[in-house]
Design a protein around this ligand. Structure first.
Ligand code: HEM
Length: 439
């Protein structure tokens, strides 16, 4: 018996040693970077997703980089993974998308955004959807349609800071505002503002208007906006499909959002049938129904994911800009000088709205000066290669125009300490409460 156990143990040890040797040999062959696998199944996912201040790469990355270098092996979202914090490699990967590399996301993201979402599609179908989005935000549309819309939505939000709801006559608007804003009250002309609530409102309303002609602060638009808040919380979450989990709630929101978009689609078909040949509504929904060969399911996923991609990102970018500017009075001063000059010229021309030429003059605002080429090369906020953000020009326009009216209308300071955290989506835990003073 003892003999058998010893033999068995010896065999087992040999098998373990052999497999370790084989794995090592295979790794050597594959030339994988150093790293570790972490726990069975979950690997190192929880450490990787642990929230950290957005101004740093976080403890997990710091520890791994100091132990293994900028490129290391791990196991994330149930898959063997290579993590890269190396700007040159990241650019190489992005530029070789579809050739040497193929984009893929954790399954939870595909489940929530939908299988026809541009973020998860690859190959020809991705290219087709991308062309539709780029066409929707082309240069001519940016100048003629989007610039006036961006300015209108910026002013709606900024004016509501002093006057309360821009549509205070509408009971629905009041209800929706109460729900979405933590606080807003006028006291000796000093206004307290929950900035995240407002910046999300600004970017969402802008996208909803241009994608489906939904008017800001109307009941349907507000309902859709609130659905997106729970939707966004589940996009990066464990795919646990039972009541109460962020993933489950996000799937429910997805189906509510799709119901609203589908209803809009039915209404539009009806309108198109009734007014044959008449002027078409100039939004993305109208364009897709009239000019694309997309199926109903594909159009629904495209609109849902464009609304998502186009509002969360730019609202956080806007809030972060306002947050960082607050601690840099010199930069605010320079911004104010640039925008006062643009405003002065605009008044001289007796114009009431910003023109494309005004926008092009916002050089300091768009950091067109003073950035070294190495920094520019390593800074890739919009990704790169064939998946470069399709809305980057619109995002820049939104930021510049909103800042134009902000610095000309208000001074601001933090009402309470708050800080951007990476969850990994950037969030301000207190919603970035600021005090604003009209000037
Ligand atoms: C400051 C704001 C924004 C940032 C930082 C940002 C960032 C990004 C990044 C990094 C990607 C690449 C994702 C990947 O590699 O798969 C991306 C893709 C995308 N973004 Fe943005 N984005 C912003 C605003 C917008 C806006 C306003 C829109 C308008 C609809 C938009 C639409 C898209 C679309 C459609 C894609 C997918 C492109 C493709 O797969 O071909 N983004 N964005």
């Amino acid at each position: 018996m003892l003999n058998f156990s010893v033999q068995f143990l010896l065999l087992l040890t040999l098998a373990v040693l052999l497999s370790v040797k084989l794995i090592k040999w295979k790794r050597k062959q594959l030339n994988l970077p150093p790293g570790r696998r972490g726990w069975p199944f979950v690997g190192e996912t929880f450490g990787y997703l642990k929230p950290h201040p957005a101004t740093s790469v976080g403890q997990f990355m710091e520890q791994h980089i100091s132990r293994y270098g900028k490129i290391y092996r791990s196991n994330l979202f149930g898959e063997p993974t290579i993590v890269s914090a190396d700007a040159a490699l990241n650019r190489f990967v992005l530029q070789n998308e579809g050739k040497l590399f193929e984009c893929s996301y954790p399954s939870s993201i595909g489940g929530i955004l939908g299988k026809w979402s541009m973020l998860v599609l690859v190959g020809d179908m991705h290219r087709e959807m991308r062309m539709i989005s780029l066409n929707f935000m082309n240069n001519v549309r940016l100048r003629s349609r989007l610039l006036p819309e961006v300015e209108r939505h910026s002013l709606l939000v900024l004016r509501s800071w002093i006057h309360g709801s821009p549509f205070s006559a509408l009971e629905e608007a009041k209800k929706a505002l109460k729900k979405s804003l933590c606080f807003l009250f006028n006291m000796n002309r000093q206004v307290f503002v929950n900035l995240i609530g407002f910046s999300l409102q600004f970017t969402f309303n802008l996208m909803a208007k241009n994608i489906m002609s939904m008017e800001p602060y109307e009941a349907k638009t507000e309902k859709l906006r609130l659905e997106y808040i729970s939707f966004m919380k589940g996009v990066i979450s464990a795919p646990l499909k039972f009541p109460g989990t962020p993933y489950w709630k996000a799937l429910k929101s997805r189906s509510n959002i799709l119901n609203v978009i589908e209803q809009k689609m039915q209404e539009r078909w009806q309108e198109m049938r009734e007014q044959e040949g008449d002027e078409e509504v100039d939004d993305l929904l109208g364009w897709c129904l009239k000019h694309s060969n997309l199926s109903k399911e594909q159009t629904l996923d495209l609109l849902l994911s464009l609304l998502f991609a186009g509002h969360e990102t730019s609202s956080v970018a806007l809030a972060s800009a306002i947050f960082f500017l607050e601690s840099c009075p010199e930069a605010v001063q320079e911004l104010r000088e640039e925008h006062s000059e643009i405003e002065r010229k605009k008044l001289q021309r007796a114009e009431s709205s910003l023109t494309w030429e005004d926008y092009k003059e916002m050089e300091f605002t768009q950091c067109k000066n003073g950035v070294t080429s190495t920094t520019t090369n390593n800074f890739m906020p919009y990704g790169g290669g064939p998946r470069l953000c399709a809305g980057s020009e619109l995002a820049k326009l939104e930021l510049a125009v909103f800042l134009h009216h902000l610095v000309l209308s208000y001074r601001w300071e933090l009402a309470e300490p708050d800080h951007p955290l990476a969850f990994p989506f950037i969030e301000f835990p207190k919603g970035l409460p600021i005090k604003v003073y009209p000037i």
